[in-house]
Design a protein around this ligand. Structure first.
Ligand code: ADP
Ligand code: MG
Length: 662
């Protein structure tokens, strides 16, 4: 291994301080601007100190690969020899590997087999400011482990965002490595002023505003958006300009292109990966539409979603900083200054955006112990924890509530591997068992996004008229299937522009329909990887509803015989939402996908169900109450009257059953 340091990198000036701090302390925090050399240089300093089993974590696979490649080049070794990487499905390491780049998720998974992390003498947690669940789990776990592993060294790196938190947690010194940065001029170009038709048009306008020389970095919210923008900008035929996409699923060779020399100008279209984790060299200008895909738990829908959201001010300034590294830069924000100033200062940590049930599920599957004792940087509140435990018990993911959320069942373990909300995960597993996974995948994907049927305030009636075709009398869930089939047919039949027009004319939200398809194919892929059998659409509707019910047991309601109001779980009273196909003739018993509070409680997306289904799917939850035991000579048994209740809802009001045998 050749160890040398580039004098131009800011971290090189602090080399000796970092080495000394690592010798004297178990944990060291290194903070600095993106591009200052933390990621590529810290493992070399550790190596110089005699460390030979270094785990170096990255939030994303694309970064793990690219950093390993860069380090191997710098140290003049083959990738996979002294320097290697391991990500899911791809292990490029060997006996000789001293510096091992891994995703933080992979290191977490390794913990299950190696509780002491005994294969490592050093752990570098890179990009800790991202505060993903994986990073928070690792930090908490290390906090517990360090007293038992006095020889283990930990380095935590972070962009200059809220660094003191990490130092306090571990009582560690902070070393700042910020180098020189050049001034960046910020220009605000909201569509209201530029008259841009859409985001693509706004980006193109920004490109033409900038000089013809100098590379441009554009931040996009996802792979799909990047592909669209690549086509769009290629169509503009800018002279001497190469359009380069950069996202996680891109082939490694294409990713590497951003680091290679090139004649002419480049426009790099990147996801958030370019915000702090990968430094694209030579960027002079940044175009920032101001959005990112952020995983979020919807309190209203009670599901985990990946909506595109405005980014925080901290993210915006990181993005702008990407063009002030080599010379003065210009950052064009495609939104207004007022918009910017009204945004939150920081992105909140993932643990605060995630359904606690899902956090508990992951903690249990990683064997991280009782959530109440776990030293989280930001501990969740106890009310949310008990709600989460109750929900997991309801879903059959835990075998007992009292184990503090740790008694994971087989179903719970499988649920933890599905990248969706626990309720929806439970539905998918039940559907697989009932042979209707094809249908339930479509419905669950629809429930993970916003309703693609639009109801503009001024044209509600026209919209309802259009959407009536998709209605199914006993089930709003089935209407998703009807809509799905219609959309698929139209998409096959029409050109893409004709399809877009149809969507507009028929009050269907084209972008959400696309998202529906994206979520569907991702879930379908994961289901297959897990060994489930997706099959096709068209199973028996009763089975479909039974599968959905297994995730909605606390969303069951029983109607008064003479009213329209339903008695729900724990004495909640709700009505069926007026937009539902069931609202006119509400059936006796329903399940609803969501319960929404707007003045009163409404059940949205409803279906008629049978009490027997609830009794079966909720067998672990129902109460049996017996009365009037008596001897029946005819049956030769003691008989009694039985009442069956679920969360206080009478499923069976009065049934004669055998009470005991003599
Ligand atoms: P930090 O982690 O502090 O953001 P890095 O260590 O990632 O900084 O980057 C230090 C420098 O190395 C940057 O100038 C970056 O452009 C350069 N660099 C990193 N990876 C590569 C690569 N694969 N090819 C060329 N240059 C790279
Ligand atoms: Mg870095």
């Amino acid at each position: 291994m050749k160890i040398s340091y580039d004098p131009a990198l800011p971290i090189t000036d602090r080399h000796d301080d970092i080495a000394a701090a690592m010798r004297d302390h178990q944990v060291v925090v290194v903070a600095g601007e993106t591009g200052s050399g933390k990621t590529t240089q810290l493992p070399k300093i550790a190596y110089e100190l005699g460390r030979r089993a270094i785990a170096h974590t990255q939030p994303r696979r694309i970064a793990a690969r690219s950093v390993a490649k860069r380090l191997a080049d710098e140290c003049e070794v083959d990738l996979g020899a002294e320097v290697g990487y391991a990500v899911r499905f791809d292990d490029q390491t060997s006996e000789a590997t001293a510096i091992r780049l891994v995703t933080d998720g992979l290191l977490l998974a390794e913990l299950q087999r190696d509780r002491q992390l005994s294969r490592y003498d050093t752990v570098i947690i890179d990009e800790a400011h991202e505060r993903s669940l994986s990073i928070d789990f690792l930090l908490g776990y290390l906090k517990q482990l360090l007293p038992r592993r006095p020889d283990l060294k930990v380095v935590i790196t972070s962009a200059t965002i809220d660094v003191e938190r990490f130092a306090e947690m571990f009582d560690a010194p902070i070393i700042e490595v910020s180098g020189r940065t050049y001034p960046v001029e910020i220009r605000y170009r909201p569509p209201a002023e530029t008259g841009a038709d859409d985001e693509l048009d706004a980006i193109a306008q920004a490109v033409s505003e900038l000089p013809n020389e100098g590379d441009i970095l554009v931040f996009m919210s996802g792979e799909r958006e990047i592909r669209d923008a690549t086509d769009y900008l290629n169509g503009k035929k800018y002279p001497r300009t190469e359009i380069l996409p950069l996202f996680g699923r891109l082939a490694a060779a294409d990713q590497q292109k951003i680091f290679s020399n090139h004649p002419g100008r480049r426009i790099v279209l990147a996801t958030n990966v370019a915000e702090t984790s990968l430094t694209v060299p030579g960027i002079r200008y940044v175009i920032d539409p101001g959005f990112a895909r952020i995983s979020r738990f919807s309190q209203r829908l009670k599901v985990q979603r990946l909506p595109i959201e405005p980014i925080s001010q901290a993210s915006a300034s990181q993005r702008a900083g990407r063009c002030g590294r080599v010379a003065d830069g210009i950052c064009i924000r495609l939104y207004s200054e007022e918009d910017h100033d009204s945004r939150p200062e920081f992105t909140d940590p993932e643990i605060q955006r995630t359904n606690l049930a899902s956090v508990l599920l992951q903690m249990a599957s990683l064997d991280l112990g009782d959530i109440k004792d776990f030293p989280f940087l930001d501990p969740p509140d106890s009310r949310a924890i008990s709600d989460g435990i109750n929900l997991l018990y309801e879903l059959g993911a835990l075998d007992a509530k009292k184990s503090g959320g740790r008694g994971l069942t087989k179903i719970g373990r499988r649920m933890s591997t599905l990248p969706t909300d626990p309720r929806l995960a439970r539905m998918l597993l039940a559907a697989d068992k009932l042979g209707c996974l094809g249908d339930v995948l479509v419905i669950v994907s629809a429930m993970s996004i916003q309703d693609p049927r639009e109801r503009p305030l001024d044209r509600q009636q026209a919209a309802d008229e259009m959407h009536r075709r998709f209605r199914e009398p006993d089930s709003d869930f089935l209407s998703y299937l009807t809509l799905w089939k219609y959309i698929r047919e139209m998409r096959d039949e029409l050109s893409s522009s004709a399809f877009r027009r149809l969507c507009r004319d028929e009050f269907l939200h084209w972008l959400r329909i696309r998202e529906w398809h994206d979520v569907h194919s991702q879930l379908r892929r994961t289901a297959k990887e897990m060994g489930l059998k997706p099959g096709t659409v068209g199973a028996d509707p009763d089975r479909v509803h039974q599968a959905l019910l297994s995730g909605l047991l606390s969303h069951v309601g029983l109607r008064d015989t003479d009213g329209r109001e339903y008695l729900g779980a724990r004495q909640a009273k709700f009505m069926i939402f007026p937009g539902s196909g069931l609202a006119k003739k509400p059936p006796r018993m329903v399940m609803v996908a969501e319960l929404v509070e707007t003045g009163r409680l409404w059940g949205r997306t409803a279906a008629k169900i049978q009490p027997e289904w609830v009794e079966e799917a909720g067998a672990h939850l129902v109460n049996h109450v017996y009365s009037e035991p008596h001897w029946s000579r005819r049956r030769g048994a003691v008989m009694a009257r039985e009442k069956v209740l679920l969360f206080g809802i009478p499923l069976v009001a009065d049934r004669l059953v055998q009470y005991g045998r003599i």
